[in-house]
Design a protein around this ligand. Structure first.
Ligand SMILES: [Zn+2]
Length: 506
């Protein structure tokens, strides 16, 4: 290849970890017009700018296939908590809940000053709500075909695929048949199916049957399946990680394309409504819940179901309030402590809160052994399951700030569960392929210049459950679509991000 006559930027002298899993090598990376123009010895080539990255790793920008960034993208378009982790693309719309409609939304998001790239899945719960409201019953034939039309429309408009949240209302009201039928539409468009499985904590059908259901969707619709945030939550499911990973390996042997993502923490995060009350109590939405809660006879049944759920998750000492708008003073406190403060049983305190508003919580309900086992599988990717964070506001799950650096610090450097090259592959080319993001996720000539430069000895998360608003250390430069967005660990406040549609969509 003829060397280019002039580059915009050269990253000089780093260790290149290409994202494909190859062993690192020394080289310069040359960027022009937002693309990787050349890789090799580029010290003789003219360039507008050069950055000396000797001693640092140069890798593709990290891609987070599992976020809820769409929820607050309009308020927080700079996505600073992801940029500081070295993440250059986030995928929103997971767990069944997404912005809607896809086409108009993606068009309008293009006007935002995006700090990094954004792509979107279509939520099955969102589609179901369009057609059936919060009805707790199987779809009729007519409703199913109306939903299939909406899924086809969303896919044509650039959704990467469809997500389900079968644990949550209204997704939990859908049976396998409905999911299979809609997944066939997704498969026809070459999209991916991501799923928060029906039960990941043993509070309804059980974790193993719920995972079997996800695999059955692959078998029957032939859609690629990504099991979201694979984990074994709660007393009844602890120790099942080897079984789960084994099931996924078996599925692949059978010819089913099943993979998963994971966040590197032993605590889950979600809404009060998703953790405390029994499913049936939420049918019809939050207003219906409040109505039921006011009926003493029903309240007692809700209470019993909630006690069982709380116990399964490790008890009220394991559940912490992360965000509760009506009373921010409760944020950071455990349900046990809040109960004491209110002079109530912890379960009643939680239900009282929920009867006012649906807040966010963090639950310490995972075992390190399970987390580590899952991290050891090459079928996994890294996904934060996080939200955009408003620096200093609330007590979000630290995964919003720390997921990617933490994975590298804990699982690569400390525990040596995998090599750096393999970890980077799972953060870059693996999700880029899975989500069909086009020319991203690899350091290779012609690819889009989304690049992260970090110190492999220093990279680490800083965010904790008590003090989550802390950016990680060791991430030195982040380049998004050819523009330097993070320099010497500091955000430049630029907006180089793009809205990405599924490769091949209109
Ligand atoms: Zn989820």
């Amino acid at each position: 290849m003829q060397p280019p006559d002039r580059l915009d930027l050269v990253l000089q002298g780093g260790k290149i970890v290409d994202g494909a899993g190859n062993p690192w090598y020394y080289g310069d990376v040359g960027i022009r017009d937002g693309r990787i123009e050349a890789i090799g010895r580029l010290d003789a080539v003219e360039s507008v700018a050069r950055i000396d990255v000797a001693g640092l790793v140069v890798s593709p920008g990290f891609i987070d296939p599992h976020t809820h960034a769409d929820r607050d993208l309009r308020q927080l378009p700079h996505c600073q908590n992801y940029l500081h982790q070295g993440v250059t693309t986030v995928v929103g719309g997971n767990c069944g809940d997404s912005l809607y409609p896809i086409g108009e939304t993606l068009d309008s998001l293009r006007a935002l000053p995006l700090g990094i790239n954004f792509a979107q899945l279509l939520g099955h719960g969102t589609v179901r709500q369009q057609v059936m409201g919060m009805a707790d019953r199987p779809a009729t034939g007519q409703e199913l075909s109306a939903m299939a039309d909406l899924v086809a429309q969303g896919m044509a408009q650039g959704a990467l695929g469809m997500s389900t949240g079968l644990r949550y209302a209204p997704g939990c009201y859908a049976q396998l048949e409905e999911v299979v039928e809609l997944s066939r539409v997704v498969a026809r468009f070459g999209g991916v199916y991501t799923t928060h499985v029906r039960d990941d904590s043993g509070d309804s059908v059980g974790l193993v049957p719920a995972t079997e259901e996800a695999i059955a969707v692959a078998r029957r619709s032939r859609v690629p399946v990504q099991i979201s945030h694979l984990k074994a939550t709660g007393r009844d499911e602890w120790g099942k990680a080897p079984l789960l990973v084994g099931m996924i390996e078996d599925a692949r042997r059978e010819g089913l394309d099943v993979t998963f993502d994971q966040y590197p923490y032993a605590a889950t995060g979600g809404r009060l409504s998703g953790t405390l009350p029994p499913r049936w109590a939420l049918e019809g939405g939050h207003e219906k819940f409040k109505e039921r809660f006011r009926d003493p006879a029903i309240q007692q049944r809700i209470r019993e179901g909630t006690m069982a759920n709380v116990d399964r998750r490790g008890g009220p000492d394991a559940i912490f309030v992360a965000r509760f708008a009506p009373d921010p003073g409760l944020e950071g406190k455990s349900l046990a402590l809040i109960g004491e403060g209110m002079g109530l049983d912890a379960v009643d305190a939680g239900l009282e809160m929920l009867s006012v508003s649906d807040g966010y919580i963090v639950v310490f309900s995972l075992k390190d052994g399970d987390v580590d086992h899952i991290a050891g599988s090459p079928l996994g990717m890294v996904g934060s399951d996080g939200n955009l964070a408003d620096f200093g506001v609330g007590t979000p799950h630290p995964r919003c700030y720390g997921t990617f650096p933490r994975f590298l610090a804990r699982f690569v450097r400390e525990k040596r569960l995998l090599t750096l090259e393999e970890a980077v592959r799972r953060m870059t080319s693996a999700p880029a392929n899975r989500m069909r993001l086009g020319p991203r996720g690899l350091l290779k000539e012609g690819m889009i210049a989304d690049i992260t430069v970090f110190d492999p000895e220093a990279i680490a998360d800083r965010a904790t459950f008590d003090e989550p608003h802390q950016h990680p250390v060791g991430v030195e430069y982040v380049i998004v679509n050819g523009q330097v967005a993070l320099e010497n660990g500091k955000s430049r406040g630029v907006s180089p991000g793009h809205v990405i549609r599924r490769a091949g969509s209109a």
